[in-house]
Design a protein around this ligand. Sequence first.
Ligand code: MLT
Length: 261
Amino acid sequence: MKKINGLSIYSYGDSGKQPLIFVHGFPFDAGMWRKQIDELKEDYYCVAYDIRGLGASEKGDGLFTMEQFADDLFGVVDGMDLKKPVLISLSMGGYIAFRALDKNSSIFRAAIFCGTKSEADGNEGRIKRADTVKRINTIGAEAFIKEFIPNTFRAENITAMGNEYVEFVTGLLNTPGTSLIGCQLAMAGRIDSGHVPLKADMPALFICGEHDTFSPPAVMKADAAKWPGSEFVLIRNAGHLSPFEQPGQVNEAIRDFLKKL
Ligand code: MLT
């Protein structure tokens, strides 16, 4: 593990190979990508990091912005000396990716989006964020994480995973409330990135769980339709966290896409 700018960064495989940079979702950490990295590290240089405030990265005061998260991503690419990495993201990680691509797409070779969308929160979404902040303050960070994470999986997959699911959630329980709230406010305050797919100048793959309620297939398909030459893959029997729920299908989609680059 390497620390750059307060961020915990994990790298796997041969740094001479095509780099992949993984950006996780809320309220997870780099570990949510382990099933992809285990599969891909033989053939690609895999780099994942914990977003500021989450995992083992610096917690700070929780006053985060999407701009800072995007700049953090640039800091990781630069600090790890990644040449034209493929940007792989999920959900909040995708919001970061869209923003980073808007700011400077030239440093990336291609993009893979899982369970995410380019559009910003509308009024309803912002009110929901306020409710979430209130909920975190009311029940505490640990109880919130236990309550929230089941929404990100298809219920049947939680049952099927058994202990693996319990361990996954347990690993996230130390996340401070200030970080959770900071991420919610950063997401609420992010700008709309709906113009990013329209001006895209690189190959992209959109991966969506068929039961994803955060970024449903119709929403992801709309982004894919705007992005010239992109591909869309629907993951069967998966919710929002398709890379963790259905790694076989997701890894196959990623491999097929990467082979064509
Ligand atoms: C995520 O999974 O990163 C977030 O829950 C997405 C969101 O709240 O918009």
